[in-house]
Write a new protein. Structure first.
Length: 161
């Protein structure tokens, strides 16, 4: 996406929207093997989704390798003016429970190109509490919304939401 990269730093971690820093192996491995919503997603589809989204990488400074190591991710599908949809949010298991997920959502909502939107949407199976803290609520008028849904988009056993 054609927006200026933004970076945030805190306690040895960094959140960046610069797509050049993204580690496609980390993102693909989590989504294809460990996520409940994109099981078996092909690499080419992950790559294409990243190319066409505003992506947020979460990185740990590594003293051993002297460069950043990706530990989390989220992407936003948006026109940067009226609407955004948050998806593919994860923090790797060994880095969970120390506030990175909350910080990631905070940075996403603070992004300069995601202000004054009419609607910011997401879907989650069990992380409602994470998003509720930032003002997300269940659909006020679910009867107005429609969805065209593919049950097993990436073969038997994969799941859509
Ligand atoms: C959800 C996830 C990103 C949270 O990351 P994290 O770094 O562990 O989160 P934090 O340490 O910032 O804490 C998250 C807060 O949300 C709350 N929460 C609510 N539902 C949660 C859930 N399903 N998982 C994790 N935290 C949840 C936690 O209790 C915590 O609040 P607290 O600090 O008041 O106790 C991480 O657990 C993850 O990657 N899970 C697997 C992928 C996933 O489910 N992604 C969300 C798809 S919508």
């Amino acid at each position: 996406m054609d927006v200026q990269p933004v970076e945030y730093r805190r306690d040895g971690f960094e959140i960046s929207t610069d797509p050049r820093h993204l580690d496609i192996d980390v993102i693909f491995n989590f989504l294809a093997h460990d996520s409940y919503w994109a099981k078996n997603i092909p690499l080419e589809i992950v790559q294409k989704s990243i190319r066409n989204s505003l992506c947020f990488g979460v990185y740990a400074d590594s003293s051993e390798t002297d460069h950043r190591v990706q530990v989390g991710f989220a992407r936003v599908m948006t026109d940067c003016a009226t609407f955004a949809y948050l998806a593919d949010v994860f923090i790797l298991p060994e880095f969970r429970g120390r506030g990175l997920g909350k910080w990631l959502v905070e940075c996403i909502l603070a992004h300069p190109d995601l202000q004054h939107l009419r609607s910011f949407m997401l879907a989650t199976s069990d992380a409602h509490g994470l998003y509720a803290g930032f003002g997300f609520k269940p659909l006020a008028q679910p009867e107005k919304f429609m969805q065209k849904r593919v049950e097993n988009p990436y073969g038997p056993g994969s799941a859509a939401r």
